[in-house]
Write a protein that binds this ligand. Structure first.
Ligand SMILES: [Zn+2]
Length: 227
């Protein structure tokens, strides 16, 4: 069971349906592996439900005409879900990794295959394209880190990065992270995660805001990342 959880604010945002689509996938994936946070979110959702019920007893709402209520329901209607590929044409995007359902679902609906790019020695990143209407400061990607390799030291410029382990593990100054664990990095934290020996570490990362690398190599990288 995971021991490193997303911040309570993230769970609240998720329960309220206010998370960005990328964050929504990461939190849902964590919940699929974490009974503790699942319970918290259920509680938050019940709380939200009670609040709606108490709104429902409000005179203004009761006096609404049936037509107006239907119109409201129509507005709340969710868009049709994209058709899913037949089981036969499904390509495993990450062979050997048991992907949580929300991530599997996201990768299944991608318009083009994942493109792995080198991000330093033993580190690869594949960006997961987000819908065009999403704020472009949000990024979602998969990271593949070879055993024993360190991710460049970086801080987060006014943004936050959530990293969830899908396979293998890594350590930073706060502890050891394995499958299901979520690490939160923000501007306060300079961290340097190092992948465990013996197994490739695969993570899902969601960044809201811009990353700023520190250190001499990082300063050069920053020049390339400011696009
Ligand atoms: Zn949790």
């Amino acid at each position: 069971m995971p021991v490193h959880h997303p911040e309570p604010e993230r769970l609240m945002e998720y329960a309220a349906g206010a998370a960005s689509p990328a964050m929504d996938v990461l939190i849902a994936a964590h919940l699929s592996l974490c009974p503790t946070c699942r319970k918290t979110v259920e509680r938050l959702e019940r709380m939200g439900g009670h609040m709606l019920e108490s709104l429902g007893s409000d005179e203004d709402v009761v006096s609404m005409s049936p037509g107006a209520f239907d119109a409201l329901l129509e507005k709340l209607d969710l868009p049709e879900e994209a058709p899913q590929a037949a089981a036969g044409d499904e390509i495993d995007p990450l062979p050997g990794v048991d992907l949580p359902a929300p991530i599997r679902e996201t990768l299944r609906n991608l318009e083009r295959p994942l493109e792995w790019r080198n991000r330093g020695k033993g580190i690869e990143e594949a960006e997961i394209p987000l819908p065009v209407d999403v704020d472009d400061s949000v990024r979602m990607s998969l990271l593949r880190i070879q055993p024993g390799r360190a991710v460049l030291e970086h801080t987060h410029d006014g943004g936050e990065e959530l990293t969830m382990v899908l396979a293998g593990g890594f350590s930073d100054e706060h502890g050891h992270y394995v499958r299901g664990d979520v690490q939160t990095g923000d501007d306060e934290l300079i961290h340097k995660p190092i992948a465990d020996e013996g197994e490739v570490c695969v993570c899902l990362a969601v960044v809201e805001g811009n990353l700023r690398f520190t250190g001499p190599v990082g300063r050069v990288l920053n020049l390339f990342m400011r696009t």
